[in-house]
Design a binder for this molecule. Structure first.
Ligand SMILES: *Cc1c(COP(=O)(O)O)cnc(C)c1O
Length: 219
């Protein structure tokens, strides 16, 4: 099936209020253009340099999502245009994003990444660290960021019950903090679910899914 057919099939299988982020990492601009022509506007990349090159070549009405782990010294390369940074996992990184956003005269949307998997390899905060950041006095001085929700990745496993449990844990944290709105905390996105588990994620409360291989083919 073509990229546009894949997109249509996914769109038809998810509720309208769920945002589909098409993960185009490693894929050429020609593939992204096909998705764009099929109406897709939200794209996700996990490397800043690759995202910036694509940003420069693609139409300007695309929303670029940084879904990968972000190194503090690279924030400046995407600060002018990035729509949403999914993988924020420290206060230090938030402070740097704020600084670069300020330089660009904008407010940058961020998701805090929470560690929910039973694996050693995935980044993210635990529930206590999340609490600490959201309740910290220092957060109140960051005027150029907006924390709009949470992001997480489930374990890579066939055990559906385990995936459900991990996504439900994240949803509970999301709901818990959704009510503690301040000027720079405004929860509205719960980013969870990839090609292999997005239906489970949506059933567990996700409203933003990040799909790569089911749209663009294997990498
Ligand atoms: C690559 C990636 C995805 C998409 O994965 P697929 O299995 O290809 O859908 C989603 N989220 C993150 C953080 C990724 O790095």
């Amino acid at each position: 099936m073509s990229i546009s057919e894949n997109l249509i099939q996914i769109k038809n299988s998810i509720p309208q209020e769920v945002t589909l982020v098409a993960v185009s990492k490693t894929k050429p601009v020609s593939d992204i253009l096909q998705a764009y022509q099929a109406g897709q506007r939200h794209f996700g990349e996990n490397k800043i340099q690759e995202m910036t090159e694509k940003y420069e070549q693609m139409p300007q009405d695309i929303f670029w999502h940084m879904i990968g782990h972000v190194q503090t010294n690279k924030v400046k390369y995407m600060a002018a245009y990035v729509h949403l940074i999914h993988g924020v996992d420290s206060f230090k990184l938030l402070a740097e994003i704020n600084k670069q956003a300020q330089k660009n005269n904008r407010v940058i949307n961020c998701l805090l990444q929470v560690f929910i998997a039973q694996e050693e390899t995935k980044f993210g905060l635990d529930a206590n660290e999340l609490n600490e950041i959201l309740n910290s006095e220092a957060l109140k001085s960051l005027k150029n960021i907006n924390i709009v929700g949470l992001m997480g990745m489930a374990s890579f496993t066939d055990n559906i019950a385990q995936i459900q449990e991990e996504f439900s844990t994240l949803n509970q944290l999301y709901l818990k903090h959704k009510n503690s709105t301040t000027f720079n905390i405004n929860f509205k996105h719960l980013s969870m679910g990839m090609s292999g588990d997005y239906q489970i994620a949506i059933a567990c409360g996700s409203n933003m899914i990040r799909i790569g291989s089911t749209i663009f083919g294997t990498r």
